[in-house]
Design a protein around this ligand. Structure first.
Ligand SMILES: *Cc1c(COP(=O)(O)O)cnc(C)c1O
Length: 227
């Protein structure tokens, strides 16, 4: 039952939060609903949960556009890489953009937010492992990039986000993200997924992005061209 999984994960989050000295008053659970069947989304909403994350704009639009009218208190986070041609749809649909990962997309978002007069809070995605295939700003460039986004583009940057390399212990990456956020003067940290959200909370995460621990295994994607 989705309901039981949600209360289990929420209990684990609260337990982890309590054991951390100086932890955030509240940890936000971003329920990652990508590639999940509709009945599970309905069940999740029935528990009262309203904060969800999606990594593809088109898929998210199909899943959430109609529900946004029904549930006016929904909060949707974009947690996947954004293509330039989807910026307009993304700004229209989402409430928070977690994945500003390159200068070009920062410029495009700033322009589009001005156009729609909708200034969304954003996170900068940091490639903490400096992995060539992974999106994100390299750690060495993060401080100047945050500054550029804030003072030149006028973006509302509220925190940093990372996805640690799969083959490594996440602790070093969580610690690095925390250090960078502190240096940049940013209050929020989005880190930790199903396998490691408790550990992320120990390192100061106040947003965790949890999918399979809440919904079970994801369905395979039907097509791959919507990023
Ligand atoms: C899919 C995804 C998640 C959730 O992953 P789980 O391991 O299922 O919890 C979290 N963050 C991002 C960026 C994702 O793409």
């Amino acid at each position: 039952m989705i309901k039981d999984l949600f209360s289990q994960v929420k209990d684990q989050i609260e337990k982890a939060r309590k054991t951390v000295v100086g932890s955030a008053d509240m940890i936000k659970l971003v329920a990652v609903s990508k590639q999940q069947p509709d009945d599970k989304i309905t069940e999740a909403l029935a528990t009262g949960h309203r904060l969800f994350g999606e990594n593809r704009v088109q898929e998210a639009t199909m899943r959430w556009q109609a529900r946004k009218n029904e549930f006016t208190d929904l909060t949707l986070h974009l947690i996947g890489p954004l293509q330039s041609n989807k910026v307009s749809d993304a700004v229209a649909l989402f409430d928070v953009i977690e994945t500003i990962d390159r200068p070009k997309i920062a410029v495009a978002l700033a322009k589009e937010m001005a156009k729609q007069d909708k200034y969304l809070p954003c996170f900068i995605q940091v490639n903490t492992g400096d992995e060539p295939q992974k999106s994100g700003i390299s750690p060495q460039e993060t401080l100047s990039f945050v500054n550029h986004c804030q003072s030149e583009l006028g973006l509302n940057i509220i925190g940093l986000m990372c996805i640690p390399p799969q083959s490594e212990e996440p602790a070093m990456h969580f610690a690095l993200l925390k250090k960078l956020a502190k240096q940049a003067g940013l209050p929020h940290l989005s880190m930790g997924m199903s396998a490691d959200f408790e550990q992320a909370i120990a390192f100061g995460a106040d947003y965790v992005r949890v999918g399979s621990a809440l919904f079970g295994e994801r369905l395979p994607r039907i097509n791959n061209d919507d990023a």
